[in-house]
Design a protein around this ligand. Structure first.
Ligand code: ADP
Ligand code: MG
Length: 701
């Protein structure tokens, strides 16, 4: 019964009709009664209080008054007319004012009849007045389902102008409840309800729209948020389980000579506890019979490379090959250089493949990949090309997830008849809770600890007017033998302008730091790969003291002697980018600095970004602020944002609830993987319906 009503187009709800229906559709995306039921209030106003007109104060607050309209008149003004009504209670009188919709109001207003009005009061012309009050006949007010806590629904200007006020929305929802008799299908199991002390579906929906009191409202919110998270998580975890049972993986049981030799004799440092834990997680994955699909998160400098290398050794120990793919050539070269040292120590064949690898080299590389002589291939997107064939690829590592799409990940899968294990590394940490909800198909490992002895980077924010002092500081650091990065923004839309900024900057830096005393490298996107590499290498070798660059150096570059990261026009960078850039320093023994240069004029968001950078070195904390500023959809790209269109829960504010719901979903599926137990029937029914709908709230009731 309820089901049938809920599926009905909104046009057929009593009180709607074609005009309102089309407005509801276009303005709020409400197509069916169900959509209306799930139009959740943005906020609530306590309407237990009634005011006397005589007691009003000139503070612009929202008040509720009972009184009668005694008269009204239209007054001409410059742009149109306004309708002014005199509104009285026993204590005094005030004005109600409308600037639009006069005809409708004149036709419907009842003189000398009790109304409950609600709205903001202004002090105007020696009178209190309330523009566009929310009003309702006292007799209706007393009858309704509505309670003292008044929901405020999402609205738009058009809705307001066309007569669909908050009160109208309340009335429509009330009408819907009456039609259904307030009965909805329970979608959670008794078990979960009891375990988490959740109120029933009926009670929750009733109290979200017509809260009886604050306590029940809080319970209703808790239950509905939990439910929203629960079903999203259920779906994600279910997908993950299916993946694991369907996609058989290569079983790397042996941890053999390479791994052991390296671990015992060649580890350049002790692993941190977090690194050890993650290596274990990866080992367990690769040793099971399911294909590994793991996301490795770790802040810049947390030491992901060595973990990746050890994972590769496991593949090699089982006579398989491994590859690591990076988003830029510079980064691929850097990885290759780092890994080559480790490979040489244990006698492993490694090669680099990028867009600029020469044809002759490529030919022999292809050959040795196919005959298995080449054990590790590091490279850029070039590795993904079809003509790059492995003898037996066992592990693919992708660095810097945010630049790779799902499509590219799946290309790697097809490099072997049984898909290789996949490890995705990212240095743009996202809060774990968010990661859980957007990367449901990946398992997650986190390195949440930096190697010991790192001095936290000191970050300051300076204005262009402080430039001379900043340059002096840089000179002093160079005298101490340190090296400096100076980075300019490069944003696609204005590449030409940016390039000019970079070149102008380079010139003024060259004047400020003249040869032969100072040597400067410059690297930017318009240079040929060989030139870039040459300039990079000069800096890496310490032949130049200053590196002027665009964000091409954002990821992965490792020069421990560099101690200052100067970021020009820092307000033009996003938080995660700033944090990445800062991560280029602080890799050696000496104190490092990050200097954020901006102009004096800064918007609020920019200010928050600078302040966040100055007070925090923690990538996860920064990611969380970033999330608040930009919203999750933006952070992850549009591709996954569908998952994040939450109706009632909030990923940031309700992250504990998300974790709780995820645990419940996990436990439920562990105990009953196919949701076949009678007690899980409500969940199962809902879950099945879910398959056909995008928006989980379309099936939950
Ligand atoms: P990221 O996670 O940013 O890729 P890297 O793997 O490049 O970090 O490591 C950053 C630096 O820290 C490298 O110079 C690496 O050799 C060093 N490092 C990594 N792990 C440790 C450790 N456990 N102890 C000391 N230094 C380490
Ligand atoms: Mg790295």
């Amino acid at each position: 019964m309820a089901d049938a009503v809920l599926q009905t187009p909104i046009d057929y709800l009593k009180g709607v009709g074609p005009n309102r229906a089309s407005l509801l559709r276009s303005e709020l995306g409400i197509h069916t009664c169900q959509d209306l039921l799930h139009l959740f209030p943005n906020r609530y106003i306590d309407r237990t209080q009634f005011y006397n007109i005589a007691a009003l104060e000139r503070n612009n607050s929202e008040v509720q008054i009972i009184g009668k309209i005694t008269a009204y008149k239209e007054i001409s003004q410059k742009n149109g007319k306004r309708l002014v009504a005199t509104f009285c209670d026993a204590s005094g009188q005030m004005e109600l004012v409308w600037f639009r919709g006069h005809k409708w109001i004149r036709e419907n207003l009842k003189i000398n009849t009790s109304y409950v009005i609600f709205g903001k009061v202004n002090w105007f012309n020696g009178n209190f007045s309330m523009p566009h009050p929310d009003m309702e006949l006292k007799s209706e007010f007393d009858k309704g389902l509505r309670t003292a806590i008044q929901p405020i629904y999402p609205s738009t200007e058009i809705l307001g102008n066309r007569g669909i006020s908050n009160r109208v929305l309340c009335k429509l929802i009330e009408q819907l409840f009456l039609q259904i008799d307030g009965k909805f299908k329970e979608s959670l199991s008794e078990n979960l309800l009891n375990q988490h002390q959740l109120i029933s579906k009926d009670e929750a929906l009733l109290n979200i729209h017509f809260p009886k009191n604050q306590n029940l409202l809080a319970k209703a919110q808790f239950r509905l948020k939990y439910e929203e998270f629960f079903f999203i998580q259920l779906q994600l975890i279910y997908k993950n389980l299916i993946h694991k049972s369907k996609i058989k993986g290569l079983v790397f049981e042996a941890v053999g000579a390479y791994f052991n030799d390296f671990y015992k004799n060649h580890l350049p440092f002790d692993l941190t506890a977090a690194q050890k834990r993650v290596v274990k997680e990866i080992r367990a994955d690769m040793g099971s019979n399911a294909q590994m699909n793991r996301l490795l998160q770790g802040d810049v400098g947390s030491g992901k490379t060595i973990v990746a290398f050890m994972a590769m050794l496991i593949a090699l120990d089982n006579d398989f090959q491994a590859t690591m793919v990076a988003p830029t050539e510079i980064l691929a070269i850097q990885h290759y250089t780092d890994l080559k040292i480790l490979c040489d120590a244990v006698g492993i064949q490694i090669a680099l493949l990028t867009g600029s690898t020469k044809t002759a080299d490529r030919r022999s590389l292809h050959k040795h990949l196919q005959d298995g002589q080449l054990q590790i291939l590091v490279g850029t997107h070039a590795v993904l090309e079809d003509k790059v064939q492995f003898k037996n690829l066992g592990l693919a590592i992708i660095d810097e997830q945010h630049r790779f799409g799902v499509a590219q990940r799946s290309k790697l899968w097809h490099k072997n008849t049984t898909p290789p294990h996949v490890l995705v590394m990212t240095a743009t940490p996202i809060p774990r809770t968010l990661a859980m909800s957007v990367y449901g198909d990946l398992d997650i490992s986190v390195i949440d600890e930096l190697p010991p002895g790192r001095k936290p980077i000191k970050t300051v924010h300076r204005f262009d007017s402080n430039r001379l002092k900043v340059f002096k500081f840089i000179r002093d650091e160079i005298v101490k033998g340190r090296q400096i990065y100076i980075v300019y923004p490069l944003i696609k839309e204005s590449q030409k302008l940016d390039f000019k900024d970079l070149m102008d900057g380079y010139e003024s830096i060259s004047r400020e730091f003249p040869i032969p005393e100072y040597q400067i490298s410059i690297v930017h996107g318009q240079m040929k790969a060989a030139e870039k590499d040459y300039e990079m290498q000069r800096f890496v070798k310490g032949e130049t003291q200053i590196m002027v660059a665009t964000t091409v150096i954002e990821v992965g570059v490792n020069v421990p002697n560099a101690s200052v990261m100067l970021i020009e026009s820092a307000e033009r960078f996003g938080l995660s980018q700033l944090h990445q850039l800062r991560g280029r320093v602080g890799r050696g023994a000496s104190q490092s600095y990050c200097i954020l240069m901006t102009s004096h004029k800064l918007g609020n968001d920019s200010k928050t970004r600078m302040q966040t950078m100055v007070h925090s070195n923690d990538g996860f904390e920064i990611a969380e602020v970033d999330l608040k500023l930009r919203g999750p959809g933006d952070l992850m790209g549009t591709q996954q944002s569908g998952v994040l269109k939450l109706k009632i829960a909030n990923l940031i504010q309700d992250k504990n609830l998300l974790a709780l719901a995820r645990e419940s979903a996990k436990k439920t599926l562990k105990e009953d993987p196919k949701l076949m137990l009678p007690k899980n029937a409500p969940i199962n029914t809902t879950y099945i319906a879910m398959g056909t709908y995008k928006n989980i709230w379309n099936y939950i009731s």
